[in-house]
Every structure is written in C-alpha cells, then in structure tokens.
Design a binder for this molecule. Structure first.
Ligand code: C5P
Length: 308
C-alpha cells in the first residue's frame, strides 16, 4: 500500500453508432456499440482512510450519490473483496462529465476508482482482471478503462479496439436534468411494440456495426462519419424529452455536420468539421437557449490514466 494519494483521469464517451437489438431474457439488449472517448474528464483521487468514503466536487456534485450505489464505491469494494484488502479508502471525484447525460460519467468513476485503488493498494490486478471487474460494474465501464475508440458487443462490455485516422471535433449540449438509462431502453422497447415490430431478441435483427462507419473512423473523415452516425436510442430519448428536437435543430442550423443524442441522452452531440466550426456550433447552441451548458472538445483520447 502506498500512502501517497493516487489520481486517475477518465474520459467521457460518445456513441458514434449505437445499434440496439431485442430485449434479452436477462433484461439487457445486445448491442453493436461504437464508442469514442472524448476530452471531458472526471478525476478520481484515492487516499488511505479509516473507512470507504466518497466525496464529489464540481457543478453537478449534488446529483451524485455518495453511498454504495456509486460505481466508484462498488469498484473499490469489488477489488478489495477479490484481493482480501480492507476497503479503507477515501475516493474524491472531481466531476466534470455531465451526470446522467449519456456520456458514461458514472462508468468513468467506476473505472477510475478501480485503477486508483489498484495503484494505491498495490493489488497488481492484471488488465484482464480489471476489465472483468469493470464488466461486472456496468456495460459501459470497460470502455472507460480502455478509451480511444472501440466496438462494444454483447451488452457493450465485450470490446474490440478500433483504428482511428484523426482528431474529431465535437460539441456537446448538456440538458437540464438527466435521463435514466433503463427508462430509455424501456421506452425503446415500448416504441418498437407500438410500431408493431416487436421488441424481443427474436423480433429485432441482430445489431451489427456499419462498415461505412468503421471506414469513416479509420480515415478520420468527419464528413463521411457525419453521414452514418446512428443511435437507435435517439427516438426513445426524444420521446421522453421532446425538447431535444429543438436542441438538435439548433446545433444543425449552427453548422454541425451531424447531430445526435449521446447514448441514452439527454446530452446532444454535434460533429463539426474543424475547431472553428465547433466554436460556431457552440455559439449557436448558446444563443438558442435550448440547453443548460455547452462543451467543446475532441476525440479520440486515451482511457483511464494514472496522473500521480
Ligand atoms: O450495464 P448498466 O448497469 O449500465 O445498465 C443499466 C441499465 O440499462 C440496465 O439495467 C438495462 O436496463 C439497460 N441496458 C440494456 N442493455 C444494455 C445496456 C444497458 O438494456 N446493453
């Protein structure tokens, strides 16, 4: 065990393709989930303590649970149990990723806490063990550890790294209030039932990654990528939060190459041609007053990284 605090930086994600299969008997959906890590970060600092304690700072701190429902706490408990260590750690989360926004903020904290505790306690877990614990914590948590760009199969936890050809410029419109991921998946099922297509794994075609999209990522061509960005959860997120239509329109009119809901939302993501175009989209979104905050960033960026 080291006595010095350990800080880990973990990025947010956007899904450039989220193809959702039918509802499985275990309550999850099979996915073809193309993740891209982007440069908005939470920082998790682990310090020795007399007991497991979570604190959070940042503008959305009041929305983050401090009990064992927090993925950071669950990560520490899972690692401690496997290695016979007492989970005596203070985890401080400096939160910059929007909460319940569809950008994997909670997953980032899980992956970050896991890596921070592994470093602090010198448990020496292998990469595969860390990935297995991440997968137990949640479907998006393994990607927060890995970062870059990856295709997630299964419920999103089975990752295959993807090659990317350049920096992509993004603008994110942060909504007032979050959306619950299970509620958005339920709404997706409800809309499929209402459309008469059915929602079970037998009714919905197996989700598959788009060849055009993987090619566009490889070449890093934002125009080509914009033409094929796709999120099967978008109709459900918009159904639960109809005002997102205005946000998506405002960013498109502001010059975005493409607009889509990020993951289960309600954060909206806008792909821009270059940094100048991204600033133009951000200004248009701010003028439109259709969102609470606007963030400009780029990706891909690396996954969870120990800073000190
Ligand atoms: O894995 P995670 O805990 O993040 O998932 C939260 C909820 O999102 C699940 O309980 C489920 O309702 C929904 N989900 C899903 N299919 C996935 C991932 C998540 O239905 N592939």
């Amino acid at each position: 065990m080291t006595a010095a605090p350990v800080t880990v930086r973990v990025p947010a994600k956007v899904n450039v393709q989220l193809a959702v299969g039918g509802l499985r008997p275990d309550g999850f959906h099979d996915l073809a989930n193309v993740f891209l890590a982007v440069g908005l970060y939470d920082e998790i600092t682990a310090t020795p303590s007399d007991r497991l304690r979570i604190t959070v700072s940042g503008p959305d701190a009041h929305q983050v649970p401090l009990d064992e429902s927090n993925l950071a706490a669950r990560a520490a408990l899972a690692l401690a149990a496997r290695h016979g260590v007492e989970p005596r750690v203070h985890l401080h989360i400096a939160k910059d990723i929007p909460v319940a926004g569809g950008m994997a903020g909670g997953s980032a904290d899980g992956a970050g806490a896991l890596l921070a505790c592994d470093t602090l306690w010198e448990t020496g877990a292998t990469r595969d063990e860390l990935l297995a614990i991440c997968a137990e914590l949640g479907s998006d948590v393994p990607f927060s550890l890995v970062g870059g760009a990856a295709l997630g199969r299964g419920r999103g936890e089975l990752l295959e790294p993807l090659e990317t050809g350049g920096v992509l410029h993004w603008v994110f419109a942060v909504a007032d209030g979050g959306l619950s991921t299970p509620a958005v998946y339920r709404e997706c099922d409800r809309l499929r039932e209402a459309a008469g297509t059915g929602s079970s794994a037998a009714d919905v075609p197996e989700p598959a990654p788009s060849g055009d999209l993987l090619r566009a990522l490889r070449t890093g061509d934002p125009g080509a990528l914009a033409a094929v960005l796709a999120n099967d959860l978008q109709p459900a997120a918009v159904s639960l939060r109809p005002s997102l239509t205005e946000t998506l329109r405002a960013g498109s009119e502001g010059g975005a190459l493409a607009a889509l809901v990020s993951g289960s939302g309600p954060t909206c993501a806008f792909l821009a041609k270059d940094p100048e175009a991204a600033e133009g989209v951000a200004e248009a979104l701010l003028r439109s007053a259709t969102c609470r905050a606007v963030r400009v960033t780029s990706g891909p960026v690396p996954g969870a990284t120990v800073l000190r």
